[in-house]
Design a protein around this ligand. Structure first.
Ligand SMILES: *Cc1c(COP(=O)(O)O)cnc(C)c1O
Length: 388
């Protein structure tokens, strides 16, 4: 399906709402029936009927159809956060006594679920370095039911060979789940490589304006229906109609925003790589990236998120760099219009900083929608204020 068609037309039955160009926000919790028989039908199958907005809602459905098509999936569910999508995807595929193989350092709240919540129910997790397929082979146990991926990782950009992992998992009857937030379906479609469930934080690029928290989970019609009738309805973590409407609005400009960001990010990276205070830049589409070949093979693009290692002898220099930025904001998240930075040392007590640890000197930069020169000038200011 054409991306322009998906974004601009698919699922928009304008004749049903006064030929309005922007779809209506159906801000209704419940829906009425004309006959007992209609109501009976809805109770029997809530997945096919508008009954109550914790389940289906017409505005959310427009968004669902577009997002599933972008993922090349049969169906999808939209949650009120990416974390909720992760939780439902995993919970739906484990029971007491099961085992999960996950990539090392997945998103914080995925890790917390694996380490703190699931063990309470007898589900254990083994973390592997996902850059080598053999690590997955070695970690799989007879009771492994889920392989959890995040490719690229959103700090070090480690990548997994999606096709190889999918083949391995299928042979062992294991469900594969991937966090595809970094690429979005514009730059990577894991289902085409045989991955079962692909999810993303729609808070990032789909929303794109730092005003909505949401998550998407896509997969086969059978799997998505099963999750809808259980975890989705039970946790009640579906997106609200208004937030779904904001995501439809965000989607309209998704390819353009990514295109612009891809161009400016390349310029920012060139600048950083040429700077004498920068030791290293980590970015999957940089030729020096160790997994560059695999990145090029399975991703159509890389987004505006990168990490650079700054040369610093003490934490104060990094703090001065960050504190003197005037346009790049210090904040979590990414994928919005505004450039952002997180120094790794902000997660450490200042006394624990050790310049020998490369990671302590790493900064994650998100390149937003500003012009490259504007961002580079701000970085230049930061480097100038670092001192010795
Ligand atoms: C932000 C993020 C999430 C979680 O999404 P929320 O919408 O914040 O719940 C999951 N994975 C990655 C890689 C993220 O960056």
């Amino acid at each position: 399906m054409d991306i322009s068609y998906i974004i601009n037309e698919l699922a928009e039955d304008r004749e049903n709402y006064f030929n309005a160009i922007a779809p209506p926000i159906i801000q209704s919790s419940n829906f009425a029936f004309k006959t007992v028989d209609d109501m009976r039908g809805a109770f029997a199958d809530e997945y096919s009927t508008y009954l109550y907005s914790r389940g289906l809602n017409p505005t959310v459905d427009i968004l669902r159809k577009k997002l599933a098509a972008l993922d090349g999936a049969e169906d999808c569910l939209v949650f009120n956060s990416g974390a909720a999508a992760i939780f439902a995807a995993v919970l739906a595929n484990v029971k007491s006594g099961d085992h999960i193989v996950s990539v090392r350092k997945p998103y914080t709240w995925a890790q917390k679920m694996f380490n703190e919540i699931l063990p309470r129910f007898g589900v254990t997790t083994t973390y592997v370095d996902g850059r080598d397929i053999e690590n997955f082979e070695r970690a799989i146990l007879p009771n492994t039911t889920v392989i959890y991926l995040e490719s690229p990782n959103s700090w070090d950009y480690a990548i997994q060979d999606l096709k190889a992992v999918a083949e391995l998992a299928k042979a062992e009857d294991i469900v594969t789940i991937i966090d595809n937030s970094y690429c979005t379906p514009i730059y990577q479609r894991p289902i085409e490589f045989g991955i079962d469930l692909t999810l993303q934080s729609a808070t990032k690029y789909i929303g794109g304006h730092s005003d909505t928290v949401a998550g998407v989970l896509s997969g086969s019609a059978e799997m998505i229906m099963r999750i809808f009738n259980s975890e989705y309805m039970n946790i009640g973590s579906g997106i609200s109609p208004f937030n779904a409407w904001l995501l439809i609005r965000g989607l309209r400009t998704l390819p353009m925003r990514l295109q612009h960001i891809t161009q400016t990010t390349t310029r920012v990276i060139d600048y950083l790589k040429g700077h004498d205070k920068v030791e290293e830049v980590l970015f999957p589409f940089d030729e020096a990236f160790p997994q560059y070949a695999l990145a090029k093979q399975q991703m159509e693009g890389a987004c505006g998120l990168l990490t650079f290692i700054i040369k610093a002898d003490n934490v104060e220099q990094i703090e001065q760099f960050c504190n003197s930025l005037q346009h790049i904001l210090m904040a979590v998240s990414w994928g919005g219009h505004e450039s952002l930075i997180i120094p790794k040392c902000s997660g450490l007590p200042a006394a624990a900083f050790n310049p020998q640890h490369k990671e302590h000197r790493s900064l994650r930069l998100y390149v937003g929608l500003e012009e490259a020169d504007y961002i580079i000038k701000d970085l230049e200011r930061g480097f100038g204020m670092m001192g010795q």
